[in-house]
Structure formats: structure tokens, C-alpha cells
Design a protein around this ligand. Structure first.
Ligand SMILES: [Zn+2]
Length: 68
């Protein structure tokens, strides 16, 4: 297994041009990166992690209202 294996978590496409969308479980140690290919980024209206404001660090399923 190669840690550099890269594939789109939305459509399973393997490409070098993936965007890092989110990191799951990073607080406990080994983070799991969620990657998406450019077409999925557009179709799903995803925002790459490195293009987000630092304050919007909640995960995709996070609900701001529930975290107060
Ligand atoms: Zn995709």
C-alpha cells in the first residue's frame, strides 16, 4: 500500500490533480485526507481546504448551530 495513493473520494477516479477537501480525525493523530478531482469539486461545489478561511475549519457535515 502506498500512502501516496490518490483517488477521488466522490467518484473513485485516480488522478494527480486532486484537491484536498477535508481532513478527518486529524486531532487524534493520523488524519485521513478527503480528496476530490476537479470535476467533482465543481459538481459538488466543494471548497478545497487551502482555499477556505481559517475560521471555517468545520468538517463537511458540521452544523455551526449545533456547535455553540
Ligand atoms: Zn471525482
Amino acid at each position: 500500500m502506498n500512502a501516496a495513493d490518490r483517488y477521488c473520494h466522490w467518484c473513485d477516479a485516480t488522478t494527480e490533480e486532486l484537491e484536498l477537501i477535508d481532513i478527518i480525525g486529524g486531532e487524534t493523530g493520523a488524519g485521513w485526507g478527503l480528496h476530490a478531482c476537479p470535476p467533482c469539486v465543481q459538481r459538488e461545489e466543494l471548497v478545497p481546504l487551502n482555499q477556505r478561511p481559517a475560521s471555517a475549519s468545520t468538517s463537511l457535515s458540521g452544523t455551526p448551530e449545533g456547535r455553540r
